[in-house]
Write a protein that binds this ligand. Sequence first.
Ligand code: SF4
Length: 760
Amino acid sequence: MSYGLGVLDDRESPAGIGQLDRREFLQLSGGLLSAAAFGTTVFRAAPARAHSLGEFTPDLTEDDPDVLFIHSVCQMCHSRCGIKCKIRDGVLLKIDGNPWHPNNRGEDERLSYATPLAAARHERGRLCPKGQSGIQTVYDPFRIQHPLKRTGPRGSGSWRTISWEQAFSEIAATINALIPYGVRLTQMIDPDNADVGPIANQLLFSPGRSVEGSFHDRIFKAGYGTQNYRLDHTSICETSHHVANENCLLYDHLKKKGGPTHLKPDFDGAEYMIIFGANPVEANFPMVALGRKFADMRARGGKIVVVDPRLSNSAARADQWVPVIPGGDAALGMGMARVILDGGLFNAGYLRNANPAGAGAAGEPTFTDATWLVIVQSDHPSAGLFLTAAEAGVASPVDAANPVCIAEGTGAVTEAAVSGSSPPPVVGELDPRDPGQGSVTVNGIKCRSAFGLYADRVREKTVAEYASVCGVSEQTIIELATELTAHGRKASVWTYRGVVQHTNGTYAHLAVKTLNLLIGNVDYAGGLSKGGGSYDEKKAEGGLDTSVVPGGVTPSGVRIDRAKAAYVPSKTYFSGRPAPRPWFPLATHGNFQEVVPSIQEQYPYAAKVLITYWNAWPYSVPGGRRVWEETVANEALLPLFVAISPVMGEVAAWADYILPDTTYLEKWSFPGTTPTITTKFAGFQQPVVGRFDGRTIGDNGSWTFNPEAPNEYTPYLPDTKQFTDILIGLAKAIDPSFPGTGASGFENGAPCRRAWDFFR
Ligand code: SF4
């Protein structure tokens, strides 16, 4: 099909708002250049200066007192670099890097906050070409300028513009007709199948890489109560990585609460690093920072090895490239582990710390479960699980559910207390066994330590056998393992999408990631870092806890993608095996691929409403286009489809309504960055074009001054809205008392009537 643009704008722009066409923009920016070229007094060419970032090209805008600089955050990709936008007469002329932002300059290069603003005008951080081209996003002539309503069959490209008032009222009326608001949480989709939940779940919100998660959760989760409040893209990106990390880095054993989804290598302190499929030079995030850190580490004399089937840009710039058979990463990791175990090259002292107190007493930041005992007696009801203090017969345990180990030195069965106040430090034996036995018996139960079981699994193959699986020579595997263990904690192994996007991704990631635990580098300079973190705006002086929604509700039932739900006979949705479509009890970050096929098959229930935002489902899901078009073209399968999008695309083209949101250069949010950045900071995204003049556009294109909001923001395209404003408008149209919005939408009674109320 072709994506007909139809009628995008059938009325004139309001007077007083200059929407630039390409010619006007070139005239203005060309005017700046010609003024400088002819030596007017308006612009003086800045002399080229030696700088820590190298020789800067003179930038005429920096000496022009009429050029306004506004700092914000780039969203041309997920890296979220800081940007310094240069604006004259309301026109965005240039985007540079923010010299204060940790993505854009290294720790030793960043501007001091004491730098006078006049001096800071001449400072820039690095920015990639895509970030610089963001200027073309805001001035894209194909942006949608007004809400659109479909006038022909879905996908026909026939539209007419409508007002926001009409859009909100019609969409809300349709939603309420399909899913009566008052009973959305009490009326079951199928009374005979109550476990799938109430009719609220038939409203689906599917965002992509949104930076407004806390706000759309406020609307769709706490306000509306649909279990499908965030059918986001993570599973086509890195779910296998997150699931592996959460299980490998479990931080609350008793609550079965997963650990952090990311641990990143600390380039700044590292001596040696092996990178499996992470491509920091060309494709990772934050790319600008990673490229710099990669180069800096090598310049300092650090050694970088890249494991990749291709000679990628990263591999080409590394000290060593190790080509691996695609999907063979786990075998390479296990082969290295075999070398490390057989050679006694692992950090036994680190691994033996069995609880936080034990680690603390040893001066270690983290502990491991290496010494915890696992029940290996096949006829035991808890076979395969950690032996508990109760099962071990520990007298007066801190918590009967705590794990146990065999204490180092005494050989006593000991509770490895990970809970309770002031639990004693515990150091365990790594692989205790009864004399002449392959296991240790505790209270009549046969057990092995987690480390012992891991070693057994690693030793199922020889290094030569692992070499034949992964395509890396035995000698190279030995050399990699030997060098990894020769740098103390200042070494790491980093795995990412090249490893985790195979069908064995979670297990491959675990196999390779565990090498870090063998050298004990977690939370060490030069090892693995959990990052600097960010400041919590909720805890700022005068800040609100925006996650609290007065009158908020709690979703129930199962998601349409069946993530985090088990297909078991005790559930009403169980209908014998095999299930009509798979269920995904371990998918802690959703299953984006399943969203549209599930709508198509109306399993486990029919969808009524789909709202998308930053969503490119047919483009990003392999083979997705056919099922997408078959599904969304059928109004019986999807009665209402609303796309929130600034441009026409393969998703929006099929919608019933398109609500044009602003670009990232016309909105507020608090985008963070990744743990690769070890500086604690908070990013703030703010409008850099548009007007703060309290005027809003009316239905007839006239301007109305709003005395209640003298600082009300009007985007560059004045009849578009920030995403948060769209959600507030839609929520209020669905019900005037929609939780978390309106005159007293916040916990302290403050209003949540517009985007600024939320972000200020
Ligand atoms: S790497 Fe940074 S500057 Fe480049 S597109 Fe991504 S966020 Fe923007």
